[in-house]
Design a protein around this ligand. Structure first.
Ligand code: G4P
Length: 529
């Protein structure tokens, strides 16, 4: 038996107290329910059901857009801050629908850890797999929460095995379910030999898995099985190595039921105890440590019209170092211009407030009228550019037409704005024809259409193009790129930043060109700079 954990003692300095994380999961695994329970702990909301009230779904997720309401899906990413156990948690919400996966990937560039929620009956699902891949690219440590233990479940050992095999991720079970399905009665802490029956209740020290207090909770057969399993889990589990977790190779696993208020407290304690405080961030020229004195941050998300009463555009910035204060003047590195942070904002479940100060790990909203773009770096003067807010090659390409030909210029401006917000990607063909938009999922097109009509009065339609694939082209031989571009100016485009993009009619024809033009590099991901 190991010694009990000391109560988590939060460090006094503001940076060490912060935990900035996102929840990743396959739709329906329970992300919304878990978010709600986490916020309840933090007192950020008073009543369960506020994150997703029945019938009027997802209130905290901005329901500013008709399309979102109609379809009951969360289109946008938002951030929720709450305090618990001496820590400040910044929970970044991500859209559940895979059509908005770009948004999710960008959000994952702004977190230090992720909670992976699994449905106990299903284990690792398709979207879990994809999201873990993205976490891995950035070495984001993952804490696992196996949800819905109050229902029919897979065998817990099978679940651990599934994570290990499907995700190539080592596991250490930190708790064990006391019964499952209808008999699910609470969680047993494998390190401390304590049990917790309901969230927000004190954990109870027990003598071991054979303690009569546990026996009293379970039918005899389930109790016998529980004892065997705990002994096996304690004996066979890999030791929990913090370093291995921080490097993204090992995940601590917690069992629970968000719906039944079980296991969530174990999870939140784990985040406080194991998840890293704000990590260093890689800029093009150097690594920026969270505890550096000077403020620096990057924009990973732009959101327009969050509040229909104030037609505004908010840039979400992750503070990477230093202290941001209200009113401070900062340099927008892309343009070299200075901007004043007159009204930076913090977000709580349903509210936002003016942020007087913020620290590394915090996410602040910066209201602006189009000055800021995704990928922008703000500093106190240094020419830093943070790396890694990526843009992915779109999978659907459509030409945009506007009914009124007189509005072509307005269309261009509006599309530029949408591209700056990351709603769609816009490619301007060199032959001067109408712009082509690229998206990962078709729902993005619906959002674009609705916003163009609602915000710009532009009725647009989409037309099929002959193109199926887009690639950013780079080379050390610009002349060759020019030669390549000249052959077909309708297939050669410029993106938002003026970078060359080649549109191919099929993967096959792309391959063919790649072979013929070996001095050109065709990339399917582009980092914002
Ligand atoms: P998501 O955001 O990951 O898509 O999942 P969400 O929280 O919306 O949960 C999906 C469904 O699973 C919901 O039921 C929710 O109530 C249920 N659920 C979440 N956690 C648990 C749990 O621990 N145990 C059980 N038994 N169910 C859970 P629904 O019927 O689709 O929606 P609703 O009618 O409850 O709103």
């Amino acid at each position: 038996m190991t010694a009990p954990h000391p109560a988590p003692v939060a460090a006094a300095d503001p940076v060490s107290r912060r935990r900035t994380f996102a929840i990743i999961s396959h739709p329906d695994a329970g992300k919304t329910t878990l978010t709600e329970k986490l916020l309840l702990f933090g007192g950020a909301i008073q009543l369960a059901g506020q994150v997703r009230a029945k019938g009027d779904r997802r209130q905290t997720r901005s329901d500013w857009m008709g399309i979102e309401k109609e379809r009951g899906i969360s289109v946008v990413t938002s951030v929720m801050t709450f305090e618990y156990g001496g820590h400040v948690f910044n929970l970044l919400d991500t859209p559940g629908h895979e059509d908005f996966s770009e948004d999710t990937y960008r959000t994952l560039t702004a977190v230090d850890a992720a909670v992976m929620v699994l449905d106990a009956a299903k284990g690792v699902e398709a979207r879990t797999l994809k999201l873990v891949e993205v976490c891995r690219l950035r070495d984001i440590p993952i804490v696992t929460f196996v949800n819905k233990m109050d229902r029919e479940t897979m065998d817990p050992f099978e679940l651990l095995d599934d994570v290990e095999k499907a995700l190539a991720l080592d596991t250490t079970a930190k708790t064990w379910p006391i019964g499952r399905g209808r008999a699910f009665a609470g969680t047993y802490d494998l390190d401390t030999n304590t049990i917790r029956l309901k969230d927000a209740e004190e954990s109870i020290p027990v003598s071991g898995p054979d303690d009569p207090r546990i026996a009293a909770l379970l039918p005899p057969q389930d109790f016998a099985q529980f004892q065997d399993e705990v002994l096996l889990a304690q004996g066979a589990s890999k030791p929990f190595l913090q370093q291995s977790f921080l490097e993204g190779h090992l995940t601590p696993v917690y069992f629970g039921s968000a719906l039944k208020d079980m296991g969530v407290q174990d999870l939140i304690d784990a985040l406080g105890r194991f998840a890293p405080s704000p990590r260093e961030q890689h800029a093009a020229t150097r690594v920026v440590e969270a505890n550096e004195a000077k403020m620096a941050g990057f924009v990973f998300k732009i959101q327009a019209n969050m509040d229909p009463n104030h037609r505004d555009r908010i840039a979400f910035m992750r503070v990477c170092s230093g202290r941001l204060t209200r009113g401070m003047r900062v340099k927008l590195v892309r343009t070299g211009k200075t901007i004043g942070l007159t009204a930076p904002q913090f977000f709580f479940a349903q509210d936002r407030t003016i942020a007087d100060e913020a620290f590394a790990g915090d996410i602040v909203g910066i209201p602006n009228h189009g000055t800021l773009r995704i990928g922008d770096t703000l500093t106190e003067g240094e020419d830093l550019i943070f790396r890694g807010v990526p843009s992915f090659a779109p999978e659907i390409l459509r030409r945009v037409r506007v009914a009124d030909a007189m509005k072509a210029k307005k269309l261009k401006e509006a599309l530029q704005q949408m591209a700056e917000e990351g709603v769609v990607q816009v490619f301007q063909p060199r032959d001067g024809t109408q712009p082509i938009v690229g998206v990962v999922g078709s729902l993005q097109l619906d959002v674009l259409k609705e916003r163009m009509a609602g915000e710009y009065g532009l009725e647009i339609t989409f037309e099929q193009t002959r193109f199926a694939v887009a690639r950013w082209v780079t080379t050390d031989e610009p002349n060759k790129l020019e030669d390549f571009a000249k052959r077909d100016t309708s297939a050669m485009c410029s993106d938002l930043d003026g970078d060359p993009v080649y549109l191919a009619t099929s993967v096959f024809s792309l391959k063919y060109e790649q072979e013929r033009w070996q001095m050109l590099r065709f990339a399917d991901v582009k980092d914002y700079q």
